[in-house]
Ligand binder design. Structure first.
Ligand code: ZN
Length: 313
């Protein structure tokens, strides 16, 4: 079976802000501390940061090879107006272009943006997408804006003109960020106003699955991502959850993704992808044609024709 991972990040402190790691660690510490003395948060942060040293994507490609993942989408969120970031967006874009050249044919890239960057932000996004041939827009509403913010409409016009998808994080995230703007219904206005743009709701097959499910069922341009399925604290029995999700009649709208490097410490891509593809539960009662849609077909449908393997460039 061809497997494409629709949701990955380069596990590098060049791209993931220190504050984001500290957010994650606060919850880890709270969980460990409840059951006995836990290492100090500062030490947990150091350990966690030390695992984010895959600056060139080599470790990710090795993981993909071991797991049988042919290609993956790299998401590059723009945290810059909310957290201190080590690099400006233009530099992150340049480095992701380099990573893609280093590993030909393995990665698509969705570039981040923030509506509060104004006209200069739109122009920069458009230029980088065209210069590097990037494949989509990545939005992170927990940074403090709605995905239906009018300031995003010029970005959606850029995407409409190039047939690029928009990937929108939904649901909870680091504890210092805003969850309100990340509710899936916040996408509704934009999805209605830009019917030719495909919107992929990050994590929406996991959290807010009922609301996101009716959006996907009734808005032709709304898709669901399952990134983080193996590491969502509220879904301990994830194979059962995915199996229920895959029997709702929405398999033409669900895009497989892992949210690597999430879950890296619990067996990595090989274990989680293996359980999905070869395990007894996830695809029980799901036909082969639907499995193919989830594991690669739907992603190819939202990507611009030119971005598809064998496409125009
Ligand atoms: Zn992610």
């Amino acid at each position: 079976m061809t497997v494409y991972d629709g949701h990955c990040h380069i596990a590098s402190t060049h791209f993931i802000p220190r504050e984001f790691i500290e957010d994650v660690v606060r919850n880890v510490h709270r969980r460990l501390d409840a059951r006995g003395p836990a290492p100090a948060p500062a030490r947990l942060t150091e350990n966690y940061a030390a695992q984010h040293d895959d600056h060139t994507g080599d470790q990710l490609v090795a993981e993909m090879d071991a797991a049988g993942v042919d290609r993956a989408v790299l998401l590059v969120p723009d945290f810059g107006l909310r957290m201190d970031c080590p690099l400006p967006m233009a530099e992150m874009a340049r480095l992701h272009h380099g990573i893609r050249q280093r590993h030909p044919g393995r990665f698509w890239v969705y570039l981040g943006a923030d509506p509060r960057r104004g006209e200069a932000g739109v122009a920069a996004f458009e230029r980088m997408v065209d210069d590097y041939g990037f494949d989509g827009l990545k939005l992170y509403p927990p940074c403090g804006y709605s995905p239906s913010d009018p300031g995003l409409y010029p970005y959606y016009e850029v995407c409409a003109a190039r047939e690029l998808p928009v990937f929108v994080h939904t649901g909870p995230t680091g504890g210092s960020l805003d969850y309100g703007p990340a509710h899936p219904l916040r996408i509704d206005r934009a999805a209605r106003d830009f019917p030719s743009v495909d919107f992929v709701l990050g994590h929406a097959g996991l959290t807010h699955a009922e609301t996101a499910g009716y959006l996907a069922a009734h808005r032709p341009n709304v898709y669901l991502d399952i990134g983080g399925f193996a590491s969502t604290p509220t879904i301990p029995r994830w194979p059962e959850h995915l199996n229920r999700l895959f029997r709702l009649g929405l398999n033409h709208k669900i895009i497989f993704g892992t949210d690597w490097p999430l879950g890296r410490l619990s067996g990595g891509l090989r274990r989680s992808v293996g359980e999905v593809v070869h395990g007894p539960t996830v695809f029980a009662g799901v036909g082969r044609r639907d499995q193919d849609l989830i594991m690669h077909g739907n992603l190819l449908r939202v990507l611009a024709p030119a971005s598809r393997p064998g496409g125009g460039g």
